[in-house]
Design a protein around this ligand. Structure first.
Ligand SMILES: NC(=O)C1=CN([C@@H]2O[C@H](COP(=O)(O)OP(=O)(O)OC[C@H]3O[C@@H](n4cnc5c(N)ncnc54)[C@H](OP(=O)(O)O)[C@@H]3O)[C@@H](O)[C@H]2O)C=CC1
Ligand SMILES: O=C[C@H](O)[C@@H](O)[C@@H](O)[C@H](O)C(=O)O
Length: 317
C-alpha cells in the first residue's frame, strides 16, 4: 500500500483507510458486532489505516477487532496499523481535550492513536440529547485553547500526529497563526463531484495533507447521494478501462495527491477499493473529470441545525 509522509507525525500513513460510520448501514443488525466483524474483515483484506471518531461508536469495535487481529496473527503488532480518531464537539474546550483523547484510547484499548483530529470547527456546550441542536449550545471554536489541548495530547504521547477535519481555508489560516505544531492533515469531503480545488491549493502551499471523506459520495447511506456512483462520465471511463466506477473515483482522488477513507461492509468491495495503484487515468479522463458539475454532499447544518453561524461555516468550505 502506498504511504504518505505527514508534517507532524513520524509514522507514514497508508493512502487508503477504512471508514467506520457504519450505524445506518444495516437496519436491525447489532451495530457493534457488525462493525467489529467488518473491521476484522478489512484487516484481512489488507487495510492498515482506520478512521474512527468518538461520535461514531466504532472505537470500541475497532479496538476489539485489533485485539482479535493480533490474536489471529493477522498483524504482529499494533504498530502496523495507522489509527485516526476525532475529538467530538462536546469536548472541544481547552480543559477537556486530554481527557477526551484518553476516553477514546480506553475504548480503542490502545496506548496511543496515530492521528487525533478536531472533528468540526465548532463546540457544543452540552451533551446532545436530540436533533436539531438548540443554537444556544453551539459556539464558535476557541481555536487557540483547543489546539493547545491537541498539542498537549501529542506532547504526552497520546497521539503521534494531530490535525483537523471540516476546516475551511479561513479556519486553517486562523489555526496556523497560533499553532506551535501546525496541523498534519485536514479531513474533508472530496470526490469527483466535490473537488475542493481551492482548499487543495491552500493546503498544498501550507504542507497540510488532505484526506478525502465520502470519496464515493457516501453512496447508499442516509447522508449521501448517488451523483458519484451514477455519474455518466465516470461510468464511461470505467467501461473503457475495465474498472468500476468506485475505482475511477478513488484513483482520481489519489492522483490529486490526496489520501482517502472509504467505507464498505462488503468483503468484495473492500478489496475492489484497494485495487487502484497499478493503473492510471489518462490526461483526457482527468480533463473530463475536472469539468464535472460540482455538488457538495455533507453539510454541518444537516448535523447541527441551520443556525446562522453553522451555515456560515458551511459556506466557507
Ligand atoms: N470527518 C468527517 O466529518 C467525516 C468523516 N467520514 C469518514 O469517511 C468515511 C467514508 O465516507 P462515507 O461517508 O462512509 O462514504 P463513502 O463515500 O466511503 O461511501 C460508503 C458507501 O459506499 C458503498 N460502497 C463502498 N465501496 C463501494 C464500491 N466499491 N461499490 C459500490 N458501493 C460501494 C458502501 O456500501 P457497502 O458497505 O455496502 O459496500 C457505503 O454505503 C466514513 O466512514 C468516516 O470514517 C465521513 C463523513 C464525515
Ligand atoms: O452524529 C454525528 C454524525 O454521525 C457524524 O458522524 C458526523 O460528524 C459526520 O457525518 C461524520 O461521519 O464524521
Amino acid at each position: 500500500m502506498q504511504q504518505v509522509t505527514l508534517n507532524n507525525c513520524n509514522k507514514p500513513m497508508p493512502a487508503i483507510g477504512m471508514g467506520s460510520t457504519f450505524l445506518s448501514s444495516r437496519p436491525g443488525a447489532d451495530p457493534s458486532e457488525t462493525m467489529k466483524s467488518a473491521l476484522l474483515e478489512a484487516i484481512k483484506s489488507g487495510y492498515r489505516h482506520f478512521d474512527t471518531a468518538f461520535i461514531y461508536q466504532s472505537e470500541k469495535p475497532l479496538g476489539e477487532a485489533i485485539v482479535e487481529a493480533l490474536h489471529l496473527g493477522l498483524i504482529k503488532s499494533r504498530d502496523e496499523l495507522f489509527i485516526t480518531t476525532k475529538l467530538w464537539c462536546t469536548f472541544a474546550q481547552r480543559d477537556q481535550i486530554v481527557g477526551a483523547c484518553k476516553l477514546s484510547l480506553r475504548a480503542l484499548q490502545l496506548e496511543y492513536v496515530d492521528m487525533y483530529l478536531i472533528h468540526h470547527p465548532l463546540s457544543v456546550s452540552e451533551t446532545i440529547q436530540k436533533l436539531p441542536i438548540p443554537k444556544e449550545i453551539i459556539h464558535p471554536l476557541d481555536i487557540k485553547g483547543v489546539w493547545e489541548g491537541m498539542e498537549e495530547c501529542k506532547n504526552l504521547g497520546l497521539t503521534k500526529g494531530i490535525g483537523v477535519s471540516n476546516f475551511s481555508c479561513k479556519k486553517l489560516e486562523e489555526l496556523l497563526s497560533i499553532a506551535k505544531i501546525p496541523p498534519a492533515v485536514n479531513q474533508v469531503e472530496m470526490n469527483p463531484i466535490w473537488q475542493q480545488k481551492e482548499l487543495r491549493e491552500f493546503c498544498n502551499a501550507k504542507g497540510i495533507h488532505i484526506i478525502a471523506f465520502s470519496p464515493l459520495g457516501a453512496y447508499n447511506t442516509t447522508w449521501g447521494h448517488n451523483r458519484v456512483m451514477e455519474c455518466d462520465v465516470l461510468t464511461q471511463i470505467a467501461k473503457s478501462k475495465g474498472k468500476t466506477i468506485a475505482q475511477i473515483a478513488l484513483r482520481w482522488i489519489y492522483e490529486q495527491g490526496v489520501s482517502l477513507v472509504v467505507k464498505s461492509l462488503n468483503k468484495e468491495r473492500m478489496k475492489e477499493n484497494l485495487q487502484i495503484f497499478d493503473w492510471s487515468l489518462s490526461q483526457r479522463d482527468l480533463e473530463k473529470i475536472s469539468e464535472l458539475p460540482q455538488h457538495k454532499g455533507f453539510t454541518m447544518a444537516s448535523l447541527f441545525g441551520p443556525h446562522d453561524f453553522v451555515l456560515q461555516l458551511d459556506a466557507e468550505i
